[in-house]
Design a protein around this ligand. Structure first.
Ligand code: CND
Ligand code: ZN
Ligand code: ZN
Length: 375
């Protein structure tokens, strides 16, 4: 029996307040309105940005359904939806691509002005929510809310992908992989034979390493305070790994010495101001490029000496690896299918959706790279 046009009752992981575990609840998911798409979730990854909602680094209204790295099947579509249809395999997009705003029209911009990050309202574009639980509206997160058996997204926040793609792997193209990989190949534009330093060897950092390697970097130095991350980093392309706690001197000085004056490209994939500065300082003062990928609290500021840039360095940042989401996600899925890059090394755990709190514990204790939750 078709569920189109009806409210769907299903399970979702609701976060009722800050610093609390996720609670699996019965929720109602309203049908999609005009230009919206309802998706049956198949898999979702756990990214540190979801944990940032729990700990408050990323602002959200509560109660909320988080999750932004997933794969699913279109269940039904609202009026006027033309680019996806029921049965299509899709990846929800936490950065939309409206195709009409000044950013979307610019050849390089990807931070579509319809994004839900800058001023999070926790609703659909029309200002209302499609979720209710115990009679109360539940807020959306980044327009994706993938920690639910069903979700509703705007048509501009969904990409149709190859029907043959394995969702339990390509869901990582919805955030972690694309963010790290694009930071190297698209944002930094890593060059052949260069030396790179990647701070933070989680799912996003390892994907930056995969990108550095694909771009032909000769040396890729992984930096992490958890040495258990080194083996996997080397497996995906790091040529060396170092632990800042093994050195007396600041890690930027260690990296300057290792690279004979500073690395060509550095990436901060942790989300701390101290490591953002270390990553900036470790890149060569005249031509080095440093990219901020990690998310830090928007309420805290970082002071820096402008001379660090006057000498010629470039300091950049990007969301979603600088990729235009709707254009790039189907292409990246095709590249994965053509074996142009691996995703398997990033997946360390697979758990049923109901064990979401176990998945977050694995992330917080540094034991997992990516945990994939299956519905
Ligand atoms: P994850 O927590 O898996 O990895 C972070 C790694 O950093 C871990 O291996 C830690 O051991 C390591 N680490 C922590 N502190 C230090 C330190 N002081 N020095 C060296 N290493 C340290 O996180 P993830 O890979 O899922 O995400 C990484 C960041 O990227 C995080 O801030 C997340 O919010 C952000 C991000 C950004 C974007 C984007 O579009 N820019 C998208 N998704 C996630
Ligand atoms: Zn746009
Ligand atoms: Zn993410």
């Amino acid at each position: 029996m078709s569920t189109a046009g009806k409210v769907i009752k299903c399970k979702a992981a609701v976060l009722w307040e800050l610093q609390k575990p996720f609670s699996i609840e019965d929720v109602e998911v309203a049908p999609p309105k005009a230009h919206e798409v309802r998706i049956k979730m198949v898999t979702t990854g756990i990214c540190r940005s979801d944990d940032h909602v729990v700990n408050g680094t990323i602002f959200s209204h509560f109660p909320v359904i988080a999750g932004h790295e997933a794969g699913g099947i279109v269940e039904s579509v609202g009026e006027g939806v033309t680019t996806v249809k029921p049965g299509d395999k899709v990846i929800p997009l936490f950065i939309p691509q409206c195709g009409k705003c000044s950013t979307c029209k610019h050849p390089e911009g990807n931070y579509c002005l319809k994004n839900a990050m800058g001023m999070p309202r926790g609703t659909m574009q029309d200002g209302t929510s499609r979720f209710t639980c115990k009679g109360k509206p539940v807020y959306h997160f980044l327009g994706t809310s993938t920690f639910s058996q069903y979700t509703v997204v705007n048509e501009i926040s969904v990409a149709k992908i190859d029907a043959a793609a394995p969702l339990e792997k390509v869901c990582l193209i919805g955030c972690g992989f694309t963010t790290g990989y694009g930071s190297a190949v698209k944002v930094a534009k890593v060059t052949q034979g260069s030396t790179c330093a990647v701070f933070g060897l989680g799912g996003v950092g390892l994907s930056a390493i995969i990108g550095c390697k694909a771009a032909g970097a000769a040396r890729i130095i992984g930096v992490d305070i958890n040495k258990d991350k080194f083996a996997k980093a080397k497996e995906v392309g790091a040529t060396e790994c170092i632990n800042p706690r093994d050195y007396e001197k600041p890690i930027q000085e260690v990296l300057q010495e290792m690279s004979g004056g500073g690395v060509d490209f550095s990436f901060e994939v942790i989300g701390q101001h101290e490591t953002m500065m270390a990553a900036l300082l470790c890149c060569q003062e005249s031509y080095g490029v440093s990219v901020i990928v990690g998310v830090s609290s928007s309420s805290q500021e970082l002071s820096m000496n402008p001379m660090l840039l006057l000498s010629g360095r470039t300091w950049k940042g990007a969301i979603f690896g600088g990729f235009k989401s709707r254009d790039s996600v189907p292409k990246l899925v095709a590249d994965f299918m053509a074996k142009k890059f691996p995703l398997d090394p990033l997946i360390t755990h697979v758990l049923p959706f109901e064990k979401i709190n176990e998945g977050f514990d694995l992330l917080r204790s540094g034991k997992s790279i990516r945990t994939i939750l299956t519905f």
